[in-house]
Unconditional design. Sequence first.
Length: 259
Amino acid sequence: MHIKKIGLAIAFAATLVPAISLGTTTAHASSTNTIVSTSNMTDTSYVRKSATGWTYNLGGTASNMTFGKKTHYLKNYPNTTWHATKKRYIVKKNGVKYLYYYVTNGRKTASGWIWHGYLQKKSYAHTTTTSTSTSGNGTYASIYNQAQSLLGKPYVYGGNGPSSFDCSGFTKYVYSKAIGQTLPRTAQQQYDAYKHVSAKNAQPGDLIFFGTSTGNITHCGIYLGNNKMIDAQLRGVVTEATNVSWWHTVGYSRPATLS
């Protein structure tokens, strides 16, 4: 009997010890998902940590939040920069507290709420304007004619040509075919690699870059002068204006000296 009483006492004491959860806050399980708080945050750039993870449309109310439709699978966005502008703490039905970010890609064509653990902050490997990348030589006419010949080609993310392009794939292809100049692959790398020129001194054939800052270049095109460019965007390879509200010009670079 004495041993039995000790066993019962130990079992009773164990029920008084709270559960421990590593890295999260655990509350009592509930029949609903509850929003603890939602707030704005400074625009912060992230990339996927792995190919796992979905964005969601979150709905319902603060006391009964629902996970709506899955919207975007990270596996399909290997090189996308996601801009987090809101954060939300949620206590799920299992009683565990989670942090979600509201994210949007650079072109604002994909957005949703995603668990923060699927993302990691984007880091930038900056080069200076005196990069060791080799500048080329050639004629503007060669650049222009090659670019013009590709008008109407469809946009495909990661497209390197010749049947489809993304923005930096297009500029890289044109320079290679027109004057034999090899550019880096991404828009950010193309911006970083060459001498920068001011808008006042930009010349036809220079590259023009767009984004939110010099460290977050999201688009590029071939400058034609007079606020015009040829670029590969969602409508395909087009000639369009550069001084419009949906393009935020960050700067220009000069990969080649053109005559």
